[in-house]
Design a protein around this ligand. Structure first.
Ligand code: HEM
Length: 151
């Protein structure tokens, strides 16, 4: 049923990796913007509005489409005959767990973005710096799973 995906495989992979890189850029940079936004003082200031514009464009213009494309082309790869053995490959389940964490983190960041707009951010800049490590750690685990495939 999914045989047609075999001839598309190299292109599906190019699009998957392109989407992954774009999504990760946003997941790593948005919390970094929140660090500087949290340190910039109260909401309603000129600099606060500049941060809100940067955050909105990054989240809506890049991160949302990149996450959607990552899922679409990732699922297409998973359905391509011969790439994943759902009974004997363990790496895909670890990978999907990490991708679920990244997807949850993405939506959580989206809600925190709205807190900034309402002047209700309650996360300190120090905490934002620590949260910045979540996507980096998940990315490291995913790369080990897809490239080393330890199990
Ligand atoms: C959304 C769910 C996802 C699914 C179902 C999925 C599925 C897959 C599959 C089946 C492959 C293997 C292709 C092959 O054997 O050649 C692959 C490759 C890859 N995936 Fe994903 N993926 C997803 C999300 C992600 C995410 C979030 C990242 C990184 C943050 C990622 C990074 C990669 C990379 C770098 C490769 C290429 C590895 C290589 O062949 O050298 N994927 N993906």
């Amino acid at each position: 049923m999914w045989d047609f995906l075999t001839s598309l495989y190299p292109w599906t992979k190019v699009l998957h990796v392109f989407a992954v890189v774009s999504w990760m850029a946003g997941l790593l940079y948005l919390p970094r913007l929140f660090v500087y936004h949290a340190e910039s003082g109260g909401s309603g200031t000129e600099i606060g509005r500049v941060f809100e514009t940067m955050e909105r464009r990054l989240f809506r213009g890049i991160m949302n489409p990149a996450m959607t494309a990552t899922w679409i082309f990732g699922i297409a790869l998973a359905l391509t005959p011969g790439l994943v053995s759902w009974t004997s490959d363990g790496w895909i389940y670890v990978k999907l767990t990490m991708v679920s964490i990244l997807t949850w983190f993405h939506h959580w960041l989206g809600r925190r973005r709205k807190d900034f707009i309402k002047g209700e951010n309650r996360v300190s800049s120090r905490r934002w710096r620590m949260l910045n490590e979540i996507p980096a750690l998940a990315l490291a685990v995913i790369l080990i799973m897809v490239i080393v495939r330890p199990f």
